[in-house]
Design a protein around this ligand. Structure first.
Ligand code: ADP
Ligand code: MG
Length: 302
């Protein structure tokens, strides 16, 4: 187990930012840490990376305790903080060598070159960080987080503020890194979680409300949604009578949107009802469940 979090509580004065949070992250797993603004994501990440102490609870990273062995923990963790604070007046290479020095990296020049190649910073390597676009600054942030070859990477909203191309590049990079590292990243972008993560932990008001694969979450939480178009008018009551149906909404023409419980696929029943009433079915589709809906459902209490 790479990260073990046990009953972590964090108080900022009277305000409880985390309330007895527990979870684990396996080796070489990419876990998405999801939650609305103010849920406690950054606080949790700062605790894991030894930037702030918890009020109560225990965290172990690669077997080391954040309280008693914080130096060891830091050696094993690469951290990309929220807003990626960088020294804008430093040159890319100079900055990476500087960070490498802090971690006492051997053969710094070689390591800096490796990081520049890994993160695709070749063309920008001789520029000042302040002259780089947001996407390239993010790469510098990733390069500095990786310079000491940590086993665990913690990234706080690594793709916020990137354009769609940069987003795809950085996601690709994270996936690549995730093959050999344990990665925990926070985000509020659902597609990101689906595209990148093996598992998602959803936090709301400082408490964990879900911890599962996106696939499972979508199946557990969701209803089935069917879109159907008939070739003639149908009495809406016939659709409402189908077992499991919760809601039928008439769309344009002879199209309907049917929400039903997940237990049984109702498409066959919809088809049969149409046939029994001499109505043809033109289209019959089951909508893909969306992580957005699951997220909203789990975090709506406010
Ligand atoms: P997230 O990263 O999920 O947006 P944070 O961990 O930053 O959430 O914040 C969780 C809660 O703790 C918020 O209500 C925030 O206002 C509060 N908080 C965060 N940092 C501090 C701080 N240094 N002092 C006081 N309150 C804080
Ligand atoms: Mg945050």
């Amino acid at each position: 187990m790479s990260i073990i979090v046990e009953n972590i509580t964090k108080l900022y004065k009277a305000q409880k930012a985390l309330n007895s949070v527990s979870f684990t992250v396996n080796e070489n797993e990419i876990v998405g840490f999801l939650g609305p603004n103010g849920a406690g994501k950054s606080t949790m990440m700062k605790i894991i990376t030894c930037y702030i102490p918890p009020t109560d609870g225990k965290v172990k990273v690669c077997g080391f305790d954040i309280h008693d062995q914080s130096l060891e923990v830091r050696k094993h963790i690469g951290y990309l903080p929220e807003h990626n604070p960088l020294y804008l007046d430093m040159y890319v290479k100079e900055f990476l060598a500087f960070v490498g020095g802090l971690y006492k990296v051997q053969n710094i020049e070689k390591r800096v070159k490796e990081m520049i190649d890994l993160t695709g910073l070749q063309i920008e390597q001789n520029k000042k960080i302040g002259a780089l676009s947001k996407g390239y600054r993010q790469r510098v942030g990733l390069a500095q987080a990786m310079i000491h070859d940590p086993k665990v990477l913690i990234m706080d909203e690594p793709t916020t503020g990137l354009d769609p191309n940069q987003l795809e590049e950085i996601r690709g990079l994270i996936k690549k890194l995730g093959k050999e590292k344990t990665v925990m990243l926070s985000t509020h972008i659902m597609q990101e979680v689906e595209a990148v993560c093996d598992r998602v932990i959803i936090i709301n008001h400082g408490e964990i409300v879900a911890n599962d694969s996106t696939q499972n979450l979508k199946q557990q939480k969701a209803n089935q949604i069917i879109q159907v178009e008939f070739d003639g008018a149908i009495d809406i009551k016939l659709l409402e009578k189908i077992t499991g149906v919760q809601q039928v909404k008439k769309l344009e023409g002879n199209s309907y949107r049917i929400i039903a419980s997940e237990e049984k696929d109702i498409r066959k029943d919809v088809f049969n009802v149409a046939v029994q009433n001499n109505i043809g079915v033109l289209t019959l589709n089951k909508e893909e469940q969306k992580m957005e809906d699951v997220f909203k459902e789990l975090t709506k209490r406010s």
